[in-house]
Design a protein around this ligand. Sequence first.
Ligand code: BDR
Ligand code: CA
Length: 320
Amino acid sequence: MQRILIDTDPGVDDALAILLAMLSPELHIEAITTVCGNVPVTQGTENLLRILGVLNLEDFPLIAQGEAQPLVKPLVTAAHVHGDDGLGNVSQLRNADGSPLYPPANTSISSTSGVDIILEMVTRYADELTLVALGPLTNIAKAIRKDPAKMQGLQKIVVMGGAFEEYGNVTTTAEFNIFVDPHAAQEVFHANIPIDIAPLDATHQVVLTGERLHAETDRRSDRVSQFLKDATQSCMEFYRQHVGFWGFHIHDALPIGMLTRPDYFESVAADVQVETEGTLTSGMTVTDLRPERRHPNPNAQVCIKVAAEAFLDHFFARLQ
Ligand code: BDR
Ligand code: CA
């Protein structure tokens, strides 16, 4: 059993990742912290409660709200992809009696900040805790600034972020999570903590089509299946109009899969730097993956290959 802290900016694909993690017996989710990104952080925290409310949980992870602004840049959100509420507008859906179809789970939010909860968890589970980062790296950079020695007690950080031999999804060169807070990413990648990265190079290999989603969920009537359909509709419509297929990439589910089925993922060691200042390239992740140019002191393992169909089968098997 692996002890996990998830740091997230929920987010439709964050929701899928959180459900996958919560339904994976080999992971124990000790805490979930929210950060600004896809939506402002208060909305992200509300979304997290709605996502957890889809599951019939008796025990909840510790929940804490994190940072509302990136370290340096003004916040850029992604409501155009994830819907106005960040969850495909499921907050607007009602039962016949007018009550919300997806009410927030009945659990409390810690009065301690996300940054301090990260530090508390690293202390409580020294050398045992894996931090999974599904949003901008602001909380994690702030925790490192506050207590770098304590953060060395992390077993590793698994990050969804970056684009190497792949175009970005915000600008030509930058992936969203790194683009939103490049300064945080650069600090986290240089904190001397083991880091695994699932960049767009990997996440774009896993294409969840609308046909597959419906084939998996239409024959079932459970809440998770209904939520999968409701939360992903607007995102799939965005992809139909702007990306060229009906479906979407389940980016944030990959770092969870790297923990539950590491055999489906292939990575290479790399020295990853982040462009913080470039006028055209802010948020670009830079490395040289050519074998003859390998860096003597890599700071990350970058996932470059995924057994995509096997991973999708695993994802749907877990969400049954
Ligand atoms: C990342 O950006 C966000 O919009 C998604 O939730 C994911 O974490 C993909 O670039
Ligand atoms: Ca995310």
